[in-house]
Ligand binder design. Sequence first.
Ligand code: SF4
Ligand code: SF4
Length: 721
Amino acid sequence: MSKAALRQATREALANTNVCSALGKFADNYVIAREQAYRHKDFEGLRREVARIKREAAERMEELAAQFTREATRRGATVFRAATAQDAREYIARLARSRGIKTIVKSKSMASEEIHLNKYLKEQGLDAVETDLGEWIIQLACQRPSHMVMPAIHMSRNEVAEIFSREIKKPVEPEISSMVQLARRELRRKFLSSWMGISGANIAVAETGTIVMVTNEGNGRLTTTLPPVHVIIVGLEKLVPCFTDIAPILEVLPRSATAQHITTYVTMITGTVPAVDPDGNYHEKKELHIILLDNGRTRMAADPVFKEALQCVRCAACLNVCPIYQLVGGVFGDVYTGGIGTVLTAFFTDPQKAQQVQNLCLGCGRCRDYCSGNIDLPALISELRRRTVEREGLGYVEKVIFERVLVNRRLFHRLLKTASRLQKPFARGGKIRHLPLFLSGLTEGRTLPAIADIPFRDRVGTLPRPDRATGRVAIFSGCLIDFVYPGIGESVAKVLAALGFEIVHPEQQTCCGYPAKQAGLTNIFAELARQNIAAFAGIDAGHILTACPTCAEALKFLYPELLAGDPVWSKRARALAEKVTDFSSFVFAHREKLVTFMIPLKKKVTYHDSCHLKRRLRVTGEPRQLLIDAGAELVEMTPADLCCGFGGSYSIKFPELSRSVLDRKLQAVLGSGAEVVALDCPGCQMQIGGGMDRQNPRVQVMHTAEILARCLAGTGRVQNG
Ligand code: SF4
Ligand code: SF4
């Protein structure tokens, strides 16, 4: 799939209001219902336990596969190890032919989707009918499931009625209960006349040879019990060592998948059982064939980074909360969709497609918080990107930007100053509302802030300072505050001065490097990390403070990880990281000095949780408390932690998607009735501020530092430099 094809597919998905509204509505309700389902449960503890079981099982994959094979065989099953999708498909077709079977019923199985089984069986003259309602609809519509758990979630009832009408050659009313009855009637006939049933599995227990299936529709039980031949396709990652390992997986899977405490059916199959065939003949033992599917799983298990993906229990929580999946559904992935789908696509189905699809990830990190297998999906997607760039290289423009400009601080800053002069014909009052020609897309639906005439670094001499300094803080401004929002930097300085801190701004500091990391350029990121570490070395300050959470994440967490293998720089990176703090946490720790003399804001304020602040720095309560201290009436928007859609260069690469995510955020803000949106991130300020300027300019968008500084205005606590 080419870049252009991917962009076209996303545009078409965005134009399909069914997809957006069905997924969006479901996503909003899902978060609330899931929270209820986990009430009184220790989700963190449970997912750590699931991750441990699955991680250890992946390390012993071969051993567990052999044990499972022995135990299941001992209990009457035939176990087949399929190295590839083709091996699995051929085994099933051969088996059907050798038994003279023509009609097959199937229950829901992502593994069978992965190996494109239906298409193959059809080519072989075999009729395999899906019996899960959603899967049946998808099969009749000749489509692909758009969701792992709810395959037809993107379809409206009218579309389903049309599909059913075509199938039974009679008009069908778009009424849900009667359509369910119709499906039941049609499918019962298939169950009673089929000689083979094919199912998937959620867990395979090595010590007993047991297969566990978690379902909500009775079709799973009918598929596994009625036909005299039963084939189970199970990926090797479903293996666990012991029967007791089932429990924690069953605790998280239904809660995370459908917000249920337990699904309607939990089926355990250990060995063969009797059956009655469609002709009414009794069989003392039905045929049970278990296909252990590799198809890239042992390669994944051997990969030091991607083996983590084998901790997945396929709950689809990562899809349900993903702002991009909510907009484009199945376009974000292949057979498997969303963040995890991107990674599985690279190993199991279509590596070429994964190379493009991974670009759709915004890097917001929301999926990481909800993952039942405790997988750091954004990190895996980032690694996928890094490997793609390593293999394929960069485009010319990106190459020049990253390899020539970004690593050369003087050139980078000179270019920004030149851009600030060139933008003059388009900027009014610090804002750019329209750009010409090929740049026009950048200002569609949002206003851009102009690059400042005087960057923050050139204002340091005139910043407020305390009457009597009690400490020193070094400021890491980051590119956006330095060159676009120097006013935020001045507000930071004002608040720090009121707290008694003087500030120092090392001039050699440069971009934190996060954009290079996002582009998959680890070497450039490391080079910028070293430049910044050197810039702050020897600076006499107890703290390094930044009002940009992306920079804070880079300096505090990513630099030490990135340089861990470097004997010289790792120590220096750790020393820097220990001093780094974000603005709100720092001020919160000293807030008793502020609260007594601020002039109350007396406005209705809603707070937007920036992804990096909430998900990496784990800061949520501190800025809210500071706003309350400042006299704001705090009103929460729902959801407060949905990404704004900025994502750095993402808003340039996928402007339509970025705008659509922003629209959802703006609706949440407007729904809160707030007069001010407070936030802690200049990137979010650019995105939300730009969007709000078009939708409702009366709603102000301000950094927490700006709000606090405004409340200090005229208090006489600080003096200008
Ligand atoms: S990081 Fe955000 S955009 Fe990327 S897959 Fe996860 S939830 Fe989706
Ligand atoms: S990656 Fe995590 S959240 Fe996504 S399906 Fe797998 S276990 Fe569930």
